[in-house]
Design a protein around this ligand. Structure first.
Ligand code: HEM
Length: 468
């Protein structure tokens, strides 16, 4: 998954080939601060894309690629731009996985999971679960008339779904999230150049035992069990490492994807109206939101050899950060790129799920979750609107989302209704009488659980996967 340099600003070994002349050759890059990138990076990214599409940023200790065509080039060429570098800390905590390998070894680790995470398989196995869980969470909050949708819906949904996919559906959700948090902390500590928190090893040990026990019991079909069964050549430890990466990949990003999509819609009443009138636009709205504010704003690579990209001479060993956020607003591909337009025809050309060999494995599951969540809130929370007293905006260097998303609705409305169907093009308004948003009976065992607690966010400026 996307991430940060192993050691962020203090990386003298990461100076570019021509250190002395870097600020002369890349004055725009030299002026960029981490705060610029964290708070509202888009004006800075636009300037870089225009003037220095591959620029040296002292603040990152690496190159930043902001043009879409060049971003594609870097992500496609794993021989020149690799993830297989000891400076990425995730592998040091959870062991080698598809995320930290390239070439044949990457294929060996990823291969057993590709069928299970394919579109048809994900739908068949998890669609009912995801929809019921989204519905359960929204139904539970409905009487209150106000909520933080990130803490109350997006985070818990993402955590519950990945636990289910990994066969951990019987585990205590708060324990799973505690392991997740401790592992994230350990990867973050390493990424900052310090020793990993001991709790990280312990948590990975507990996660590992839980996954191994679920696999050994063999009584709960899951995407992980299927991968393990077909894992020609992957040992149990390797299966567990990849499962940990799936867990990291599946939680914080999906939480951001859902939160950003709802925020975009509620911030633009005209666009919201369009989607309410044409529920078939829900997937388009989500893709447009991914283009405008991808939940994972960057991915990192290391140059495996000297290479020239966009006029910049990159030296072997240099950090090369691809700005997915920059690519998503490239005006050469997306006219009027800063506008949220749910009818934009080519929004799906965004790179929010990366590209090339490390293209997001969880893309179909993430979309399934986001569609279900957005349909649930639009359908079941009549008069849904942003809470004017508690505004919020996306932030974050790597993972971008608002710290919270406080909304209000009208709980006393006669028809707190069901989510509009994305299959239908019929008109639906918040409050129009539609079927109840009720859990499906087959999920009732799970649905009786209390919702998982709020997910801890990774340390700002850090990535939970490659290197927290
Ligand atoms: C159920 C949810 C998800 C799961 C299980 C998941 C899983 C994964 C995995 C396992 C990888 C590594 C693939 C490889 O290295 O071969 C990956 C890559 C990636 N995912 Fe996801 N992901 C999910 C959701 C998301 C979301 C919502 C986003 C962003 C909107 C996202 C963005 C990315 C990106 C950018 C990469 C590439 C990382 C890199 O190349 O360094 N993922 N994902």
């Amino acid at each position: 998954m996307p991430g940060q340099p192993a050691k962020m600003p203090d990386r003298p070994e990461q100076q570019p080939a021509a250190t002395g002349m870097a600020s002369d050759r890349f004055p725009l890059g030299a002026a960029v601060t981490l705060a610029d990138l964290e708070v509202n990076p888009h004006p800075v990214l636009a300037r870089l894309r225009e003037g220095e599409p591959v620029s040296w940023l002292p603040a990152l200790g690496g190159w930043l690629v902001t043009r879409r065509d060049l971003a594609l080039r870097v992500m496609r060429d794993a021989a020149a731009f690799t993830v297989d570098d000891p400076r990425f800390s995730t592998a040091r905590v959870v062991g080698p996985s598809m995320l930290s390998l390239d070439g044949a070894e990457h294929g060996r680790h990823r291969g057993p999971f590709t069928r299970g995470f394919g579109h048809a398989e994900v739908r068949a196995r998890l669609a009912a679960y995801v929809e019921a869980e989204a519905c359960r969470l929204v139904t539970a909050m409905r009487p209150a008339g106000a909520a933080d949708l990130r803490a109350g819906l997006a985070g818990p949904l993402a955590a519950a779904v990945i636990a289910e996919a990994l066969g951990l559906g019987n585990a205590d959700p708060s324990a799973v999230l505690a392991w997740y948090g401790a592992i994230v902390d350990a990867v973050s500590d390493l990424a900052r150049g310090g020793p990993a928190a001991g709790a990280g090893d312990e948590a990975f040990g507990l996660l590992s035992s839980s996954l191994r026990a679920a696999l050994a019991a063999g009584d709960r079909p899951s995407l992980l069990a299927e991968a393990a069964a077909s894992a020609s050549g992957l040992g149990p430890g390797e299966i567990v490492s990849n499962a940990a990466v799936l867990m990291f990949g599946g939680i914080e990003t999906t939480e951001g994807m859902i939160t950003n999509a709802v925020l975009h819609l509620l911030s633009q009443p005209g666009q919201l109206r369009l989607v309410l009138d044409h529920p078939g636009l829900v997937p388009d709205a989500i893709e447009e939101s991914l283009r405008l504010e991808p939940a994972a704003a960057v991915v990192d690579r290391y140059a495996a050899r000297d290479v020239t990209v966009g006029g910049a001479s990159i030296r072997r060993g240099d950090l090369v950060t691809v700005s997915i956020a920059g690519a998503g607003r490239d005006p050469a591909v997306f006219p009027d790129p800063d506008t949220f337009d749910v009818r934009r025809e080519n929004a799906r050309l965004h790179l929010a799920f990366a590209h090339g060999p490390h293209f997001c494995l969880g893309v179909h599951l993430a979309r399934l979750e986001a569609h279900a969540a957005v349909r649930a809130v639009l359908g079941a929370l009549p008069g849904l609107r942003l809470d004017p007293d508690r505004p919020s905006a996306p932030r974050g260097l790597v993972f971008r989302k608002p710290p919270s998303l406080h909304v209000r609705w009208d709980p006393g409305h006669p028809a707190a209704s069901a989510p509009p169907s994305t299959q239908s093009s019929s008109s639906s308004t918040p409050g129009s009488p539609t079927p109840d948003c009720l859990p499906q009976p087959e999920n009732s065992a799970h649905l009786s659980k209390s919702p998982p607690p709020r997910i801890a966010t990774a340390v700002p400026g850090s990535c939970v996967l490659h290197r927290a």
